[in-house]
Design a protein around this ligand. Structure first.
Ligand SMILES: [Zn+2]
Length: 396
């Protein structure tokens, strides 16, 4: 039996208390008898559950490879083809780069990641295998879920479907998809194919949908129809869903109602550059919302740091959240929202839950989101994995 006592911490900024962790789970929140437990003094820090990165691309980042001078043109197709070319030219090794991102994410208090991983006819399963190796290597530091993601298109690249099928047979957790109209120009073909894979393997779906306005709404309706027809209620996530930010708010509201009805979740990055689904409207309708960093310093763009506390700030800014309760909801999206989508068992800051805990020095949760202080301590299943913004493990 291993025990750790977190003394003098404030769950969600509430009253100071102690958290006793036994064998990786929260055994007790509150004062009481303690045996031979190791002790960490929280000195009044706020305790929150581990942050959940629900939309990453662990196979893509150039983190640690020096500054990359951006080369891709402005269109989505330019970014996709430039990346395919540079993967081998720059040796963006998915194994090495995903390990570096695990350390970066852990240092910021993330304890679970859903990562889309490219599957295409050039790389074949190279990216999947690299990230799968990282998932295995760091299983005591990070829960990693892998989405088999047809980044270069599915119907326009024959052979991709078979590779996705192979990835799912070999341990990928989720079926990915991408702009069925904009990239494949065959929405029925792509959506039938990925829903078919999901049915075959008994896996959930997470579709990137960048398509704007009425085109995106059209694709979204086709996704909703298939979710209903195949009984995949609660098993489908749509990432980005920029179309829900469309100017026609009545149309967006009607789509939002349908998403709620089929329990289709939305993943957002809350980008400053695009219209996005309105978090408050999704919340009101009962649509589950999670968040992620998307690409981090990759051939798509120079930004990002995998800090989900900062992502909560971006959600707050993008949605004009000012009230404490709204800012707390932004953090909820980056914690429980992601945990729900990843179906993390026994997640949360409560007795009996897995002890994925982050300590952060702030007066209140909204202050923690606004100030984003370095994480004082990060526990994964009760074990310290990062302290004051530094991982306690090596990756190289
Ligand atoms: Zn993405």
């Amino acid at each position: 039996m291993t025990e750790l006592l977190l003394k003098n911490v404030r769950p969600f900024g509430g009253a100071a208390t102690d958290i006793l962790i036994r064998d990786g789970r929260i055994a007790r929140i509150g004062a009481g008898e303690v045996g031979a437990a190791a002790v960490e003094d929280g000195c009044g820090a706020i305790a929150i559950p581990g942050l959940v990165e629900a939309h990453a691309h662990l196979d893509k980042s150039l983190w640690g490879m020096g500054w990359h001078v951006h080369q891709a043109g402005p269109s989505l197709e330019d970014k996709i083809s430039t990346e395919r070319r540079l993967r081998r030219e720059l040796d963006i090794d998915p194994r090495r780069q995903s390990a570096r991102q695990v350390a970066l994410a852990a240092s910021h208090g993330t304890t679970a990641i859903r990562s889309h991983v490219d599957v295409d006819t050039d790389q074949k399963l190279w990216c999947f295998e690299g990230v799968a190796e990282t998932r295995e290597r760091f299983h005591d530091v990070m829960d990693i879920e892998i989405v088999a993601f047809p980044q270069s298109g599915l119907m326009i690249r024959p052979g991709t479907l078979e590779l996705m099928d192979a990835a799912l047979a070999n341990g990928a957790d989720v079926v990915g998809g991408l702009d069925p109209c904009g990239i494949d120009r065959d929405p029925k073909g792509q959506l039938d194919a990925i829903f078919g894979l999901a049915q075959k393997h008994g896996k959930p779906i997470d579709i990137h949908l960048h398509e704007a306005d009425e085109l995106g709404a059209f694709s979204l309706e086709m996704i909703i129809e298939r979710t209903a027809a195949l009984g995949m209620h609660g098993k489908v996530t749509v990432s980005h869903a920029f179309c829900l930010g469309m100017p026609d708010r009545a149309r967006a509201a009607a789509l939002t109602e349908q998403l709620a009805r089929e329990d289709i979740a939305i993943a957002t990055t809350a980008p400053a550059s695009r219209p996005v689904p309105a978090a408050a409207e999704l919340r009101r309708a009962g649509v589950r919302l999670c968040a992620g960093s998307d690409g981090i310093r990759d051939t798509w763009g120079p930004y990002g740091n995998l800090d989900m506390l900062e992502r909560a700030l971006f959600i707050g800014l993008r949605n004009n959240f000012r009230n404490d309760s709204d800012v707390e909801f932004a953090l909820h999206v980056c914690t429980q929202g992601g945990a729900d989508v990843m179906e993390l068992k026994d997640y949360g800051l409560r007795e009996g839950a897995v002890a994925d805990i982050v300590l952060v020095e702030a007066e209140t949760v909204p202050e923690a989101v606004a100030a984003r202080p370095r994480r004082k301590l990060v526990l994964k299943r009760g074990k310290p994995v990062a302290r004051y913004g530094q991982p306690l493990f090596t990756v190289e």
